[in-house]
Ligand binder design. Structure first.
Ligand code: SAH
Length: 216
């Protein structure tokens, strides 16, 4: 697994770009400086790995744009030791950024091939704080609940009820919500009486959150 000075240099530039676009949480920026994004993509795409763009990773899915990863990570306000559920492992990159910030990450992916690929990469990189699962994110992971925080990295048609059940009181869910071309990024905080308090944070574009596992 090569992570050269050249890679680190490109990464530094990417982090500065993300900072200029408005991300100010130093913990997020530091984590993104650590995680070798090029390892999550095919090696022939190394230049693209350090552009601030989403990129295809197979099964019709994409690794999120670095700015979006930073934005969602910032909204989560990660504290060391937080137990975080991610829906949409994809490449595994976002999960590693959260792990680098000190979180214990449980991540679910519905595409078998992506799950297997991400598992291989995580093993190589030794991210022992990330556990990934092949399954349907709408179901969450009841065995490991409750979670301090949750992040959905696909466009959700609704706020999944089962996820809210698995979220601690006072916990935050970061969710791009909506079925049309763009989604509104929301933070949802679960109140002690079970109600939800939401805030909006602008518009983004995600691949759809789909029901049930896919065999490819
Ligand atoms: N976080 C990823 C971005 C992945 S894109 C990264 O850092 O690379 C969104 C991912 O969500 C896709 O891989 C897609 O297959 C997955 N997905 C969509 N609906 C899902 C569901 N119901 N459960 C689990 N994963 C889902």
């Amino acid at each position: 697994m090569v992570d050269s000075y050249r890679h680190k240099g490109m990464r530094l530039k990417l982090v500065e770009t993300v900072r200029e676009k408005g991300i100010s949480d130093e913990k997020v920026l530091k984590a993104m400086q650590q995680v070798p994004r090029h390892v999550f993509m095919d090696s022939s795409f190394v230049e693209h790995a350090y552009e601030d763009k989403a990129f295809p990773i197979g099964s019709d899915q994409t690794i999120s744009q670095p700015y979006t990863v930073a934005f969602q990570s910032e909204l989560l306000q990660v504290e060391k030791g937080d137990k975080i559920l991610e829906v949409g492992t994809g490449s595994g990159y976002q999960a590693c950024v959260l792990a680098e910030m000190g979180a214990k990450v449980f991540s679910i992916e519905r595409h078998r091939k992506l799950y297997l690929k991400a598992r291989e990469i995580l093993n190589k990189l030794n991210y022992y704080r990330v556990k990934i699962f092949y399954g349907d994110g709408f179901e969450g992971l009841p065995t490991f609940a409750p979670f301090d925080k949750m992040i959905i990295t696909a466009a959700a048609p609704v706020i999944p009820k089962k996820l809210i059940d698995q979220l601690k009181v006072g916990g935050t869910l970061v969710i791009p919500l909506g079925e049309s071309d763009t989604q509104v990024m929301k933070t949802i905080v679960k109140q002690s009486d079970g109600t939800l308090e939401g805030e909006e944070h602008g518009y983004f574009k995600f691949v759809p959150m789909l029901r049930k596992k896919a065999n490819d």
